[in-house]
Design a protein around this ligand. Sequence first.
Ligand SMILES: [Cu+2]
Length: 159
Amino acid sequence: MTRRLLTLLVSAFLMAGALSCSRPESKLPMASEAAVGDAAVTLTDFHARPSPPGASVGAIFGTLLSGGGDTLIAVSVPATVAGRAEIHRMVQNAAGQMEMHAVPWLALPEDAPVELAPGGMHVMLFDLVGPLVAGEKLTLTLLFRTGGERVLEVPVRED
Ligand SMILES: [Cu+2]
């Protein structure tokens, strides 16, 4: 199993992603995040860290907030970016080292922000096709049990 320490910083960049909803009965999200209904998960601060030369993995961070509670059930990026994406959490092993573990889903409690941040939860990219370069963007697709599919343009940035 791949182990990697991720010592990365949280950025304050606000990412207003494309809003979409696959369920016809759901409220259509509004452009303003303040007006987004319970059915939509608010996604802020999503960004990827630049990857060192030769690195085969990368990480994406950000904050998710569901007004009515939801579950993140899948993450993906285009095959032109990476071979696969997984939801990861960090846990301390018996030796006191931090290990990453893939989780099949991520619960979003009602009105409680869930932060994907260095040292904690993150979206992990494996088999990078090329390095993640600061200033570039990648497309991240998030699939929610209630809110449906959301597609974000995620900037690559140092912090
Ligand atoms: Cu990871």
